[in-house]
Write a new protein. Sequence first.
Length: 309
Amino acid sequence: MSFIEYGETIKEGDTAIVFLGHESMFPVKVQQGGKTQTKYGVIRHSTDLIGKRFGSKVTCSKGGWVYILHPTPELWTLNLPHRTQILYSTDISFITMMLELKPGSVVCESGTGSGSLSHAIIRTISPTGHLYTVEFHQQRAEKAIEEFREHQVDHLVTVKNQDVCKTGFGVADVADAVFLDIPSPWEAIGHAKSALKREGGRICSFSPCIEQVQRTCLTLEEHDFTEINTVEILLRVYNVRTISLQIPDLGKAAGDNASADLDGGDQSNPDASCANLQQGTMQFKSGRRNGGLPGYLCLLPSLFSCRQC
Ligand SMILES: C[S@@+](CC[C@H](N)C(=O)[O-])C[C@H]1O[C@@H](n2cnc3c(N)ncnc32)[C@H](O)[C@@H]1O
């Protein structure tokens, strides 16, 4: 298993996603002799996981079952241990596209945080690209290094434990794209420019507050960035379900004239009744899970710029 290529069977050391339902899943590190408790009972790694195919339906000790899924950056984003606020797939997908990331891209990122975006970047730029990610919080940097190793993507990423605003990304003239998710991105714009290739590149900064956006835009202009745009991405998720709509009882005769009434036809009889007309209807209803930051109150602007030298 690796986060950048599919593996058929589950092996010791793999990270697998235990899927109980869309609202209930969690990651496990597969170990010989390991046990994982679920509400359906125990999963025994040696007999229930190792050697089975990813996607298998596994019966737990109490008789209930779960699916064991191959990890992807999107599933990891929904299941990773949070050390910080993270970016979700709605924003990540737009960032990936607007930064023009592709296999072979060289990317600089700060901060690494919980590595949600990092995993998506690594999957996109593999097998020949590289991510330089900077995190000034020592434990977070160490945990990210450990996770990248466990997920077998460490050859595609370099984690630096330093302050990006003071020391930059530790590389010069190599990056196709820079991404910032730090409280004071304007202090890192000069370093981002130095990290980008001389022929130009793309930069994106994610900020929750409009004052941060204003300062970052001004600094981008001062550093001769062009095509500066600020956008917010909102996601609406729909549940598909069947419901019955009760048509109000408008009088007893309406059953006979139902179709005319529905067409807005015969409205002359005040006793008309539509009581029998209950209809099964497929309805698409906005669901709860938004896959984004909790609530929609804060702005989520991102800044994109193309550097022209
Ligand atoms: C919101 S989190 C980033 C989350 C990340 N984008 C993700 O998807 O998981 C911000 C991170 O930036 C780090 N950070 C803040 N200022 C920094 C700086 N000047 N240099 C390096 N890292 C910084 C914080 O320690 C934190 O871990």
